[in-house]
Write a protein that binds this ligand. Structure first.
Ligand SMILES: [Fe+2]
Ligand SMILES: [Fe+2]
Length: 279
């Protein structure tokens, strides 16, 4: 079965209606969990805007890619929807997923618009390399997203939240697998694409959400989820996976990012030591 056929066979809206919301409410959520979930819901809800931007590009008109993007967008939408539903069931007072998505979008920063513009430029100038970069970027972000949901699933004392996170993480892992497989194909033997991807990752890597959240908000959230030295363990894990892609050995963009943001973090989530980085 082809890659895309495998994805089509298992794609779908996340199941959450069967979760025990009564227990979820009784056990409750910590303030940090609420904050983390709101952040996740906000980022997930922006997928459609990203989708609209990339769908404008000629390079995205590949039928297989469009099929994947459609499934991916649908699944991400329901991640935000399910989280919002869960938060409300736990008594958190918030607007609907759609209203929230609108509010977040209205706050989209200049950075998001600039990124859209840059993306268009690269896609028009070097379309083949752009697709490689795009698939690489997608796998990098989906890998972190998977780690984030898995972390929340293991650290929370709320068994219902743990189950919801495990279900979402399962879909995130599939998203990662698709992007990763594509990145491998597109980077193979393409020295220019490999160099460009590496250079852009080194210069611009930041966790997903940069367009609608400030650098500090993003950093604080990631460090809250992976406090202390844990952030470097997770970043190292992601980099080791990404290093298996052609031309990516020794990649350290995530560790660099985590080291760079340390001064922005509240003291209690800062790492005790920063790994040594090559020049
Ligand atoms: Fe998601
Ligand atoms: Fe995803």
């Amino acid at each position: 079965m082809s890659d895309i056929a495998q994805h089509l066979a298992v794609s779908g809206k996340i199941d959450f209606e069967d979760l025990d919301f009564e227990t979820a409410r009784k056990v409750g959520l910590t303030e940090k969990e609420v904050e983390t979930l709101l952040y996740f819901a906000d980022i997930e809800s922006q997928t459609v805007h990203y989708f609209l931007e990339v769908a404008k590009l000629k390079v995205a008109r590949d039928p297989e890619l469009l099929t994947f993007l459609t499934m991916w967008n649908y699944e991400e939408y329901f991640h935000s929807y399910a989280i919002t539903h869960f938060l409300r069931a736990c008594g958190v007072d918030l607007e609907s997923a759609t209203q929230r998505a609108q509010t977040v979008r209205a706050g989209a920063r200049f950075k998001a618009k600039f990124e859209d513009f840059m993306q268009g430029m690269i896609a028009r100038t070097v379309p083949k390399s752009f697709v490689a970069l795009w698939m690489f970027w997608g796998s990098l972000q989906e890998c972190l997203t998977t780690q984030a949901y898995e972390e929340l699933a293991t650290t929370t004392k709320n068994p219902v939240l743990a189950e919801l996170c495990r279900r979402i993480a399962k879909q995130e892992r599939r998203h990662f697998a698709y992007y990763f497989g594509q990145a491998k194909k597109k980077l193979e033997g393409q020295v220019f694409a490999q160099r460009m991807t590496r250079a852009i990752a080194k210069a611009f890597y930041a966790p997903v959400g940069g367009g609608v959240k400030t650098d500090e908000e993003g950093a604080r959230l990631v460090a809250q989820l992976f406090p202390g030295d844990r952030i470097f363990e997770v970043m190292g894990y992601i980099e080791r996976k990404m290093a298996l892609l052609p031309g990516m050995e020794g990649l350290d963009c995530c560790t660099r990012w985590a080291a760079k943001v340390q001064p922005m973090l509240p003291p209690e989530t800062r790492a005790a030591s920063i790994p040594a980085l090559a020049a």
